[in-house]
Design a protein around this ligand. Structure first.
Ligand SMILES: Cc1ncc(COP(=O)(O)O)c(C=O)c1O
Length: 398
């Protein structure tokens, strides 16, 4: 079997990438010694099938306006069936140039100004903006922290769903930053609370392919036909295959009324919603040729995760780490070390040259946490652990 290369480092310091532009603010003079575990894109080489496929595509096509082709739609439907056991019809798919945009569109499609949107927190921070920037209010359903995993507070969710002003649930599945892959039973409970109370579900499943071997992800709309009819599923190849710069996602809505509302909103935003030609082609190639690449990436992420978890158990047992069932983002609670959270983040960056995402950006319950992006070469993780130990040993309150 073909073994993919995940150890070659592609220098990104000078490439205007969002993650590294942030890092440059701290180290404007060069990339020497920096280890980036922040923002959720991969520090891994592009799948060679996509690189080669692009070259072939560019030999044949110019890059004018583009529509999703039948081959493209078939590739998406096949992926959903084979990887997620989910039957999708091509006409259910709507183009969108990213999940954040689709989150904003969902809020505008299914709620009015002043309405409430339910969300389980802490959570991926742009979801808060999708609500507040559109003059809706957050109906917060804090996740229950059981130490190594988050659980949904169903009583709180039911209470919020019963309030007539709360019209939409934004749901992060798998959960970023907590790493939970929600079970079918959990989804069924959430699904029926929403159905009983006329709350529409917008399920952000951008991480749905990044699942730890042995764990099963269930697409929300695959729970039942009734739930599917009340559900918008947001999927993309961007997180899975590291294609975020191509701004291509697939919003899948089986219910015609919900789909038309979403489409009308896209058209209000921009008369002709457009697709990125290279994004569509990358998605088609990824979904037809890159399954093995993805399996090897998931295995690498699991190995990186085990390394960090074993190390922290041994060296810093006070640090509480959530089980990373999905995503490539490890959620670690450092608060028992007694270092103030902003100070800890600053020390990791300036003394360790280690860049994580600070927990407080995901909501107040994230304070004291750091989020570690493990989609990277194993040598980054090994060196990162040595540096982490040096910084923590120096500063932890004994
Ligand atoms: C849960 C979640 N949703 C959406 C996004 C971003 O989506 P997009 O780049 O397609 O706007 C991310 C990126 O980290 C994410 O983690």
């Amino acid at each position: 079997m073909k073994q993919y290369d995940f150890e070659t480092v592609y220098p990104r310091y000078d490439t205007n990438t969002t993650k590294w532009m942030e890092i440059r603010k701290y180290f404007p003079d060069g990339a020497e010694g920096i280890i980036p575990f922040s923002l959720a894109d991969m520090e891994l080489p592009l799948a060679p099938e996509i690189r080669d496929g692009f070259k072939a595509y560019l030999d044949r096509y110019v890059l004018g306006y583009n529509n999703a082709t039948d081959e493209y739609k078939t590739a998406v439907c096949n992926w959903m069936k084979t990887r997620h056991n989910w039957d999708v019809k091509p006409e259910w798919m709507l183009p969108s140039n990213g999940i954040i945009h689709a989150l904003y569109s969902s809020v505008k499609s299914y709620t009015n100004k002043g309405d409430g949107v339910i969300m389980c927190t802490p959570v991926y921070y742009p979801m808060y903006s999708a609500i507040t920037a559109n003059d809706r209010h957050l109906a917060e359903c804090p996740l229950i922290n059981r130490g190594s995993r988050y659980e949904i507070d169903f009583e709180c969710m039911e209470r919020l769903a019963k309030a007539p002003e709360n019209k939409l649930l934004i749901f992060c599945s798998p959960h970023n930053p907590g790493g939970r892959v929600w079970t079918k039973e959990e989804l069924e409970k959430v699904g029926s609370i929403c159905l009983e109370n006329n709350v529409i579900i917008a399920s952000d499943e951008i991480h749905f392919d990044l699942i730890r071997p042995g764990i099963q992800h269930t697409v929300f709309a695959a729970v039942s036909q009734e739930v599917a009819a009340n559900c918008v599923v947001m999927t993309a190849p961007s997180k899975t295959f590291n294609l975020a710069g191509l701004m291509t996602s697939n919003i899948i809505i089986s219910d015609q009324t919900l789909r038309e509302l979403f489409w009308e909103e896209l058209k209000r935003d921009t008369l002709y919603p457009k697709c990125n030609a290279l994004g569509l082609e990358a998605c088609r190639i990824a979904y037809t040729e890159c399954g093995e690449w993805l399996d090897q990436v998931n295995a690498l992420i699991a190995r990186n995760c085990d390394k960090v978890v074993d190390f922290l158990k041994r060296e810093f047992p006070e640090v509480v780490v959530m089980d990373m069932e999905g995503t490539y983002l490890l959620w670690m609670d450092f608060s028992a070390l007694g270092i103030e959270s902003h100070k800890l983040a600053e020390m990791l960056r300036t003394e360790g040259k280690l860049f994580f995402d600070d927990g407080y950006i995901f909501g107040k319950a994230g304070d004291g946490f750091e989020r570690w992006n493990l989609a990277c070469p194993k040598k980054y993780v090994e060196e990162g652990l040595i540096r982490l130990k040096t910084v923590l040993d120096k500063h932890k309150v004994k």
